[in-house]
Design a protein around this ligand. Structure first.
Ligand SMILES: Cc1ncc(C[n+]2csc(CCOP(=O)(O)OP(=O)(O)O)c2C)c(N)n1
Ligand SMILES: [Mg+2]
Length: 583
């Protein structure tokens, strides 16, 4: 009967609406016509027209990150989909639940050489996205669409979240499907928990005199930063974070130890190196190269190691663990807090940490944070940025030296306000991502800290923010090219290798103005401060602040990364680098 059926594409959108999806980020193309028509007819989910499919995918990833739920992007068959590959891979590498919908020619012309055919007879999008998603599939028929969409959403959100890809042959999308298939509820994924392992973990932590927590990005993914704060305070255990986990614990909290690893803080590293810690609880961190300074830190050497992760495959990957807890971070931390509050806990020993804290500055080069120099010292730029940003504003950090300046010098005051795409570490991710992230946080300000070369990759998405009336602020660290590479070359080979500097500076402020945004170039602290004040006064119009910085100011801890690279390449200069990092 007519009334019991709706077009398949409406069924798909209805399921997304039930997930609370408000936006689809994308770029159009012929085979997606039915999708856009249905979005217009339903008038519920809004389309955000990106400039490039890569931008759309990065927007969806940041949207998922801030929303802590499903985000959706779309691209047409062929080049639209291939343009999105990096953004989807980035979402997957950062465990973000992104549903990627791609167009496809009609099944009736498969194998006949249709324009941009991307079935197995063409460039095969399903195969192309398989390695970068948890699930990549083509709808086999219209009637299977509702169930497949539900399954894909479940896969994206359950266990360790990630990206999923659904390819939509154009001939199926207007075919009728049963309303019943749409309305049957999506099965909630259960949160499994290894209770006996958690008990053992509690006993170790309760008996430890100088325990510490290392919190990673998994805490943010689980929406567990509040649970972490409660646990830390109930137990008195100090907290360090991984670089990607920065933001899951306020850096104004007396229990904060710093970031461990790339761009990180001396206090965290020294405390670990000192051997004082007798039990380390690692939550939601894979202990990868970024976190461990290329696996050089003495993790599990002198203390008990408890590793808690929703993904059992990362537990024990690099270190022998005393207790492995495969669990959702939020559930586990809530239970650990309950146990702490009612169990027997030995007295903690605070002296070793207190002494270390007193003798260790927060920043590696403290004086530069107040430098009056022009061009700007990046450290001073970070000081001004923190002063100008409201405490609850969100900072999205791109790749390049921005990672290091952001991780080391930006002080997170409120939980979950700092975001960095280190899974794939793709340039341009935050340049575009801030637009999607900003849309997930109405009423709060969103800022992107990006390099000039990264801005050159996705800067046209400023136009998308103009259209969305989002008063986003992009702070572009302008060092006339690929600063991280330039500094790396000099550290590793003693000279620039000719692949990092632009012949002519990119005028990001001029680009912004041409796209309808505000654009201002600054090179001194006074100019920067004024530009920031004016940018935050705006309520509708985005601003790009092109900040001319001192390109030779060495980003802290970069030398360690260079040393690792030198090791990969068996370069002799690695000994010189060691003297630079004092190791
Ligand atoms: C898409 C992509 N291409 C190349 C790289 C390798 N890479 C890492 S940092 C960097 C330089 C980034 O330059 P910029 O964005 O200007 O930031 P800066 O280091 O100058 O602050 C490059 C080329 C990357 N991470 N991502
Ligand atoms: Mg640069």
């Amino acid at each position: 009967m007519e009334s019991e059926h709706i077009p398949a594409i409406h069924a798909l959108l209805q399921l997304l609406e039930a997930e609370g999806v408000e936006y689809i980020f994308g770029v159009p193309g012929g085979p997606l016509t039915a999708l856009f028509e249905a979005i217009q007819e339903r008038n519920t989910i809004k389309l955000v027209l990106a400039k490039h499919e890569g931008g759309a995918a990065f927007m969806a990833a940041s949207h998922a990150r801030v929303r802590r739920g499903l985000a959706v992007c779309c691209a047409t068959t062929g080049p639209g989909a291939t343009n999105a590959l990096t953004g989807i891979a980035s979402a997957q590498a950062d465990s973000l639940p992104v549903l990627f919908l791609t167009g496809q020619v009609g099944t009736n012309v498969f194998g006949k050489g249709a324009i941009q055919e991307s079935s197995v007879f063409g460039i095969d999008l399903v195969a192309l996205f398989e390695p970068v998603t948890k699930l990549s599939a083509m709808f086999p028929s219209a009637e299977r669409i509702p169930d497949m969409v539900k399954a894909a959403i479940r896969v994206a959100k359950s266990g360790r979240p990630g990206a999923v890809h659904l390819n939509m042959p154009a001939d199926m999308l207007r075919r009728p499907v049963s309303v019943r298939a749409v309305s049957s509820p999506t099965r909630k994924s259960s949160r499994s928990m290894d209770w006996s392992a958690l008990q053992t973990a509690f006993q170790i932590l309760a008996q430890a005199r100088r325990p510490a927590i290392l919190a990673g990005h998994g805490v943010a993914l689980a929406g567990a930063s509040d649970a972490l704060a409660r646990f830390a305070h109930a137990s008195g255990i100090p907290v360090m974070t991984s670089p990607k986990g920065k933001g899951v614990f306020p850096e104004t909290d007396p229990l904060w130890l710093g970031v461990l690893g790339f761009g990180g803080h001396e206090l965290a590293e020294k405390y670990l190196q000192s051997g004082a810690i007798d039990a380390l609880l690692v939550i939601g961190s894979s202990l990868n190269e970024f976190v461990t300074n290329a696996w050089s830190l003495p993790i599990a050497a002198q203390h008990k190691l408890i590793q808690l992760d929703v993904d059992p495959t990362v537990i024990g990957r690099n270190h022998n663990v005393d207790v492995a807890v495969a669990a959702d971070a939020r559930t586990a931390l809530t239970e650990l807090t309950r146990l702490m509050e009612c169990g027997d806990v030995v007295a903690r020993e605070a002296e070793p940490l207190r002494d270390l804290r007193a003798s260790t500055p927060r920043y590696l080069v403290e004086a530069t944070t107040l430098s009056e120099a022009s061009p700007l010292k990046p450290q001073r730029l970070m000081t001004e940025l923190r002063r100008a940003m409201p405490d609850d504003a969100l900072l999205f950090v791109d790749n390049g030296t921005s990672i290091i300046w952001g991780v080391h010098y930006f002080q997170v005051r409120e939980r979950d306000t700092f975001f960095i795409d280190l899974g794939l570490a793709s340039m341009g991710s935050a340049v575009a991502g801030v637009v999607g992230g900003g849309l997930a946080a109405p009423g709060r300000r969103s800022v992107a800290l990006v390099g000039d070369a990264a801005f050159a990759m996705n800067g046209f998405e400023v136009h998308t923010a103009v259209e969305q009336k989002l008063p986003i602020v992009w702070v572009v660290l302008n060092n006339n090219g690929h600063g991280m590479v330039h500094q790396g070359d000099k550290l590793m080979r003693g000279r620039d290798l000719g692949a990092s500097q632009f012949v002519q500076r990119v005028d990001s402020a001029g680009v912004a103005r041409s796209l309808g945004a505000r654009g201002v170039q600054v090179s001194s602290p006074v100019e920067l401060r004024q530009a920031l004040v004016e940018a935050f006064r705006e309520t509708q119009l985005p601003t790009v602040i092109d900040a001319i910085i001192d390109a030779e100011e060495l980003a802290p801890t970069l030398a360690r990364r260079v040393q690792t690279l030198a090791g990969f390449m068996s370069l002799k200069r690695s000994s010189d680098i060691r003297s630079l990092i004092g190791g």
